[in-house]
Design a protein. Structure first.
Lengths: 145, 444
């Protein structure tokens, strides 16, 4: 049920974001989604792609340090309160979110929330028990196929 | 010099090492005889040296015992620059068979000269260096020291040939070819600067070459200070024994001192190079065991005798006898040069101090660079550290934490505020020779 997320270290200066994305694009790998966290000095680019193993090798061969992290995807209705509802579930279970990001699907009325937890397995149990829909890799990539 | 005969099985004691085991009284007799002769030679042939002796009311006859060396004036690097190019030569050019020159970072280089006998002595001390590192005639040595005006390449080359080993004169650079040759030629030993060899290891990893599976077993490293932690990493990552050697062009080039199998200090080949430790501030000689500046006197050099040359290298003479049995005294590995030192906001800083802090936090030494700038009249020090897979995390907080721990560790050692910038892997230029650790932009 968990997704593999690739993270890359980038210096916070012009042109640094484009370089790794070009490597992935040149191999014909499509991005499912990405998020960029940054400080004044550096940033962390987080990527979700279907062919994550291939993307990881390409990036490592090109000299990037790549970190692999398991994240959890949840789909919610793309309307006011969709995210708030999911957060309420996590909060009442005492689960700490390391970080999260979200995106809307092109088709349908769903938004996808990507969560990074310290203990993703326990988070999945909690989310499921509350009736939320945890999206696995196959299902997620079908959405965009 | 004794060499290996056909019936000397490879391994164990090397006959070339015999002079390393001279009983002390004999060694001192040889040293005194040679010291008297070299002082006479410099007095007769080098005007600068003669003037300095006369100014002190000394003549070569003033040297009666080894301790009398402390009466003699020092020679410093500026003397070589001031007399550029040939002012300190004691031989006519007709007797000189080789010139080398140092890469002068500021202004003119310094030029050094060798007679045929000097080259023979150099070959001998380098052969003894390789023997001390466990090399034999059956070894295949990849010599990645630069060939040319730099003394490293040819010095190691002649020494290894004298030992009878097979030399591959590949010189520095072209790392992919180095790795191909290392693998295809069955290389068992390699000479390089330690920072370049780290680059070779890194590149071999990228090419999918397992260095530990190769026949390479010995690395002979010199020409720049490196830490024990770097040795641990090199030995583990390449599956070799890594030895530190020491030398400088002004004295002869590589071959002044070498580690032995004990890897615990470097034996000075003191039948040819007489070591002293002095207080760098006062110039007073210090007893064995005290830390100070290494001063060397060439006991055998003909073309260019160096009397009490101040090396700027900070070390101490180890007072105990080495477990290997050599009678040659040892100097502690040189971690810092007073030349490398820079002064920032009145504080003396050595790159090795920054290195120690990085190692303490990360466990291995990342690639780093120290950048000095001046902003509104105030000196700033920034350390750039490449992010490694060991410390990289997908969480900003974790990376900020690494950055802060690195900065604190350096600030703790130096006692001044430093800027610490994490930079992308491989963004700091890799050296093909000596690593450039400090970039001073304060006066540009």
């Amino acid at each position: 049920m968990k997704l593999q997320q690739l993270s890359l270290f980038l210096e916070n200066r012009p042109g640094r974001l484009g370089a790794p994305l070009e490597v992935i694009a040149a191999a014909g790998i499509n991005l499912m989604t990405l998020s960029l966290a940054d400080t004044a000095q550096f940033g962390i680019l987080r990527l979700i792609v279907r062919e994550w193993e291939k993307a990881r090798h390409l990036l490592e061969d090109a000299g990037w340090v790549v970190n692999l992290t398991e994240v959890v995807a949840v789909d919610v209705l793309d309307r006011p309160g969709g995210l708030a509802n999911a957060l309420k579930v996590l909060e009442s279970a005492g689960l700490n979110i390391e970080y999260m990001y979200a995106f809307s699907l092109r088709r349908g009325d769903k938004a996808i929330l990507i969560f990074r937890f310290e203990d993703p397995d326990r988070a999945i149990e909690v989310l499921k028990a509350a009736g939320l829909h945890v999206v696995g890799p196959e299902e997620l990539f079908q959405h965009v196929a | 010099m004794p060499t290996e005969l056909w019936n000397d099985a490879a391994g164990g004691f090397h006959p070339a090492s015999a002079p390393d085991f001279l009983p002390e009284p004999l060694l001192e007799e040889v040293q005194l005889r040679r010291l008297k002769a070299v002082v006479s030679r410099a007095y007769d042939n080098v005007p600068l040296f003669r003037e300095r002796l006369e100014a002190r009311g000394l003549t070569p006859a003033s040297i009666e015992r080894l301790e009398d060396i402390a009466k003699l004036p020092f020679t410093v690097k500026a003397d070589l620059r001031d007399t550029y190019p040939f002012g300190l030569f004691a031989s006519p050019m007709g007797d000189v068979v080789r010139l080398h020159a140092s890469s002068g970072t500021t202004g003119k280089p310094i030029v050094v000269a060798y007679t045929r006998e000097d080259v023979e002595v150099w070959s001998e001390v380098m052969a003894r260096t390789f023997a001390a590192c466990g090399l034999h005639r059956a070894d295949v040595l990849q010599n990645a020291f630069g060939y040319g005006l730099f003394t490293g390449g040819l010095g190691a080359h002649y020494g290894a040939e004298t030992l009878g080993a097979t030399v591959i004169p590949i010189s520095g650079g072209n790392t992919d070819r180095q790795i191909m040759v290392m693998r295809d030629f069955g290389v068992t030993a390699l000479c390089a600067t330690p920072s370049y060899f780290l680059h070779v290891i890194e590149r071999a990893g990228e090419l999918g070459v397992d260095m530990k599976a190769l026949p390479l077993r010995v690395g002979v490293f010199g020409a720049e200070p490196w830490s024990d932690a770097m040795r641990v990493r090199i030995q583990a990552d390449a599956g070799i024994k890594a030895f530190d050697i020491y030398g400088l062009s002004e004295i002869i080039g590589p071959g002044v001192a070498s580690e032995c199998s004990a890897q615990d200090g470097l034996h000075v080949f003191e039948d040819h190079f007489y070591p002293e430790i002095i207080d760098p501030e006062t110039g007073e000689p210090l007893p064995d065991g005290s830390e100070g500046e290494l001063v060397l006197t060439t006991l055998s050099k003909k073309a260019m005798p160096m009397i009490r040359y101040r090396t700027r290298d900070i070390t101490s003479i180890l007072p105990e006898r080495c477990s290997c049995g050599r009678t040659l005294r040892r100097i502690r590995r040189i971690g810092r040069r007073s030349d490398d030192m820079f002064i920032i906001r009145g504080v003396n800083v050595y790159p090795s101090q920054v290195e120690a802090a990085l190692l303490a936090v990360e466990g291995t030494l990342p690639h780093y660079q120290i950048i000095l700038t001046r902003e509104q009249g105030l000196d700033q020090i920034t350390v750039e550290v490449e992010v490694t897979s060991e410390v990289f995390s997908d969480k900003i907080r974790a990376l900020e934490d690494v950055r802060e721990r690195l900065a604190h560790a350096i600030e703790h050692i130096l006692g001044i505020r430093v800027g610490l910038r994490l930079v992308e892997p491989r963004s700091i230029e890799r050296s093909q020779g000596k690593a450039k650790r400090v970039i001073d932009r304060r006066n540009t």
